[in-house]
Design a protein around this ligand. Structure first.
Ligand SMILES: Cc1ncc(COP(=O)(O)O)c(C=O)c1O
Length: 598
């Protein structure tokens, strides 16, 4: 059962958002309640279109577990009856003397027996398909008595720890909101100096009182995006670990966790420190993590906090050895969970061949400080277009991930393995190809973890054309970020200059678009006008260059709303971002300010 105080927290979701419309809050609350309800099945009438996926025998139970796990409830309640086994616990023999044999008996598989069920997929790439099944036998360190070494879930303590961490995250956000504002953030208005974020939010200043340029978030759009993605993933049987590097905003990570996300993903050690400092309970570093000092710090964090769950990626035996040496030297008390990263020729990191991936897995199994916990990859680095070839390449890549995962089912050193992929462009393909692997096969329960991060804010550029919805096969999102800029000069016909430039706007994946103008008259009344045919064609450090069509209503002094492309390079330009109740309202008001930590 979800503890009463947590149920209350989920019931309360949205109550601290005065600008969120009641109907949306109710929908969000109902959604969360559904996730903690004993039936666990979302109401079919509220579902966006499902991804193509064959039925899976354990889906119903897993959906419930998904909801529970995302909300801090221990997944797999029946597993709580299994004896505690070493895993997240200290290296060496399991506590209480439970040995490896006992563990494998518990999960019903003879040691060395291949798990039932999996049928190997044909490998699409020659090197991958041609990989031989004979791999170097693992060297066993004295602390690993068996090639299959399961890791305890420690669900009982995790439940308490997860709830403590959400409290910690709330406390960090509350601390941020209580800090006194001053000139040091470009979003802070002189009238706000000496006041806290909470005080400013309570006063609900109007958008038209803000200086330009100014990036804002749209609370209504964020909540809709959160809800839409949570529902879609729940129906597809996917757990979410959204990439936190998009926003680097603990307040938005908190919203994602409360909407049911299972973990937060980050890209490197500094970002991990932010996630950890903010109190995120479960973090994936979707990357290699090799710095000895960083690993020593991580070992200390894991030892100090049994509720903290962590995993990162490895793609070579060298990386495994570096990690193992650093963790051993640091006297690590807990194994660090690692996923073998599948790569692609000319893409980023990741093992290029099946043989190579199996060798990396062997190296992990041989490393006393590491636990082999799954397979990961990023299909977004495989395809740069969104055409049929791109889909075929992505499908081939994901199929190779599945093949490796199936080959590792009897090697994993955890009972809950992770199979993780997914940016925001091809997550429908992740659902279709990785989705059927969800559930229990032999000794291992597989969790499919989707890392799409941009969905929470979406955009009016790259992602508008790149998400599955644009191909007619996924949920629809709405851009929740804008920059407001002022027309400061129209020095020649057909040209206008705005006071926002490269310092304020993303420009790496397409330039912003002009959407709406606002003009405040001497009587302080504001009129708005949609803008059609205006083209922002260049940016310099502090200016945007705009081509203005004949007959444009635009005048010097008007404020325009810019739709942006690529949230990752928008957020990093703003350390404090006002949150509007609704950016499309006639008179939007600021209901909060979100701090980012880049
Ligand atoms: C490894 C990895 N996973 C997930 C993501 C999330 O993708 P998106 O930003 O498209 O949501 C990224 C983004 O670059 C990534 O690099």
């Amino acid at each position: 059962m979800v503890p009463a105080h947590q149920q209350q927290r989920h019931r309360d979701l949205g109550k601290d958002r005065p600008g969120v419309p009641v109907h949306l809050r109710q929908r969000l609350d109902a959604d969360i309640r559904q996730r903690v309800a004993p039936s666990g099945e979302p109401a079919p009438d509220q579902m966006p279109e499902p991804p193509a996926q064959p039925p899976h025998p354990v889906r119903g139970r897993d959906l419930l577990e998904e909801g529970r796990a995302g909300l801090g409830e221990p997944a797999g309640a029946e597993r709580l009856t299994e004896p505690a086994v070493d895993g997240l616990g200290p290296l060496g023999d399991p506590p209480g003397g439970a040995d490896e044999g006992e563990v494998t008996q518990e999960v019903g598989v003879e040691r060395g027996e291949a798990p039932p069920g999996p049928v190997l997929l044909p490998g699409p790439g020659a090197s991958w398909a041609a990989a031989s099944s004979t791999t170097t036998p693992p060297r066993h360190c004295p602390l690993t008595a068996s090639p299959t070494r399961y890791v305890a879930n420690q669900r009982q303590t995790e439940q308490e720890a997860m709830s403590t961490h959400i409290d910690q995250l709330e406390a960090v956000i509350a601390r941020d909101r209580s800090k006194v504002l001053d000139w040091s953030d470009k979003a802070v208005q002189p009238a706000w100096y000496g006041r806290s974020i909470a005080e400013v939010a309570k006063a609900r200043p109007k958008l038209d009182e803000l200086s330009t340029p100014m990036m804002t978030l749209d609370r209504r759009a964020i909540d809709e995006n959160l809800l839409t993605m949570s529902r879609w993933c729940a129906q597809a049987g996917l757990s979410q670990a959204p990439h936190g590097k998009t926003t680097m905003a603990p307040a938005l990570w908190r919203d994602q966790l409360l909407a049911g996300c299972w973990a937060i993903t980050v890209a490197n050690e500094p970002q991990l420190r932010v996630a950890r400092g903010a109190g995120v309970p479960r973090v994936i570093v979707a990357n290699l993590f090799l710095r000895p000092g960083g690993l020593a710090w991580l070992a200390g964090e894991l030892a100090a906090d049994p509720g903290f769950e962590f995993m990162c990626w490895v793609d070579s035996a060298e990386a495994v050895q570096l990690m193992d040496a650093a963790l051993s030297a640091a006297g690590a008390q807990q194994r660090v969970h690692v996923l073998v990263e599948v790569g692609n020729s000319h893409a980023r990191t990741g093992v290029r061949s099946l043989d190579g991936a199996l060798r990396v897995a062997d190296a992990v199994v041989s490393a006393p400080t590491l636990a082999l916990a799954g397979v990961a990859g990023f299909e977004g680095s495989v395809a740069h277009e969104i055409d049929a070839k791109a889909i075929a390449d992505v499908d081939g890549f994901l199929t190779r991930m599945v093949e490796l995962h199936r080959r590792l089912l009897d090697r994993y050193e955890v009972r809950d393995a992770v199979l993780s992929a997914g940016g925001s462009a091809f997550f429908d393909r992740v659902a279709a190809i990785l989705g059927p692997e969800d559930g229990t096969r032999g000794p291992v329960h597989t969790r499919i973890v989707l890392r799409s991060g941009a969905y929470i804010v979406h955009d009016d550029g790259y992602y508008r054309t790149a998400t599955p919805h644009a191909r007619g096969s996924g949920p629809a999102f709405r851009s929740a970020m804008h920059v407001w800029a002022r027309v400061i000069s129209m020095p020649e016909p057909g040209i206008a200059y705005l006071d926002a430039g490269k310092r304020d706007l993303p420009f790496d994946q397409g330039l912003p678009e002009l959407q709406v103008m606002r003009r405040t008259g001497p009587d302080c009344a504001t009129t708005t006008h949609p803008l059609v045919g205006h083209e922002l064609f260049d940016t310099s450090d502090q200016h945007a260059h705009v081509r203005v069509p004949a007959g444009s209503p635009l005048r010097v002094g008007d404020v325009v709303r810019l739709g942006l492309s690529h949230p990752c390079t928008a957020f990093d330009k703003w350390s404090l971002i006002p949150v509007l109740d609704d950016a499309s309202a006639e008179t939007p008001v600021v209901i909060d300010l979100v701090r980012t930590y880049f």
